[in-house]
Ligand binder design. Sequence first.
Ligand code: SF4
Length: 376
Amino acid sequence: MPVDRVLLAEPRGFCAGVEKAIKALAWMVRVFEPPVYCYHEIVHNRHVVEQFRAQGVIFVDDVHEVPAGAPLMLSAHGSAPEVLAAARNNGRVVVDAVCPLVTKVHHELKVRARKGYTVLYVGHHGHEEAVGTMAVAPSSVRLLERVEDVDALGDLDAVDGQPPQVALLAQTTLSHDEWAGIVDRARERFPDLWMPNRSDLCFATTNRQAALKALAGQADAVVVIGSENSSNTVALEQVAVAFGCPRVIRVNDASELPDDLHGTVGVTAGASAPEALVQAVVERLSPVHGVERSTVTVEEEYFPPPPELRELLRGLESTLMLMNGVPAPGFDGTERVDGDSATRVLADDRSTVAADVLERLAGGCPEASFGARMMG
Ligand code: SF4
């Protein structure tokens, strides 16, 4: 299916939060005997989930299904406080891979609720991030999905005879246009509306949408790679349509590309879609005049592994050092020599790319195991 050219959006694909979550689960797979459990899909991408399933990870939607003492990871989308509490029961080894930017919204909600605000939360009904966030203060929060929902709120309760205090928060992965309409209407209705200094839409969501906007007007079609349950992927589809692209197609991978694409094709990927899928799509499009990168910014954000995992790795490495006299091998199986165990673990994680980790896991790399695996 040769097209004329491909415009490749940059940034696209894995964000810092997804990198953190995938590497954290990969560490768990290396450290523990299978099965490792994961509450909800670690990130919303079918290929990533399948790769971990092949490594013996069992995904559950109820932490009570996880046996006592088993290793359990909580997904990047964030979990309700009662889920966290239930997970930590029964001696399970729990590592929370929540993205720090989701944690920030949990914190904002907790503080506003404590101060007596009614919190309007813009998000998608039933999405795991929205469910986990709203559970932080369920009696103080109201969900908004559309502009009309602002008007449908009815009268909010006055507090001690004073007008209600109202705050507006958001799911991190909304499309900017979806968010902007609701903000405008909410400000009209509640002039004293409280909002965080920076919108809750995260840097990765913002950057991927900006990169797509920059190319959407020049493309005959845009291909968005990602899963249908990935909120930021769906937001990219909406952005491409809003910015005038005549044809917008979401695919899980290259096998789903239609055969009749032609002219200039824009390509991007949601924050949970691996780069290998992007490369396969570009290969299938076989652009006659090559690939042109459309870069709006370069992301350098890095989120370190979850604290529980850092502790676990430090402890395990110290034990292996005592037993063997050498540090445990790094992510890629090579020997690590510099620094103490904490420094080595962090340096190894920082220099590692999640896409490479997935590739090694898929290849059943023999160095993938930590050297001695722990029973859950
Ligand atoms: S999309 Fe944003 S909030 Fe979600 S994991 Fe990535 S950085 Fe975190």
